[in-house]
Design a binder for this molecule. Structure first.
Ligand SMILES: [Zn+2]
Length: 99
């Protein structure tokens, strides 16, 4: 097992909001990651959000803004709208019927 438990603070400025986010990691783990180790292997104790900050710098707030609430709120409305618009029943009914 690792014997060096010195922790270092990695600061990653978010590319969207510009806010600097810091993640505390073991220095040896960080060096492993810089050497090419997969982030999930190098930092198994970090949450997915913390790993994402290390990789992309995108903070959880901006991440949620891009992918979180948008999916939940807009998809149902879009689906209903497309179904209504793309339904050909009124026209087809007319052409194949008395018209
Ligand atoms: Zn951000």
């Amino acid at each position: 097992m690792r014997t060096n438990h010195k922790e270092i603070q990695v600061v990653c400025p978010c590319p969207f909001c510009g806010h600097g986010h810091s993640v505390w990691v073991n220095e040896i783990d960080y060096l492993d990651w810089q050497d090419g180790e997969l982030v999930q292997n190098a930092f198994p104790y970090l949450s997915a959000e913390e790993r994402e900050i290390l990789i992309s710098g995108i903070c959880p707030t901006c991440w949620d803004g891009m992918f979180g609430s948008a999916d939940d709120e807009e998809d149902p409305d879009d689906d209903w709208g497309f179904n209504e618009d793309e339904g050909f029943d009124p026209y087809e009914g007319c052409y194949t019927g008395d018209c």
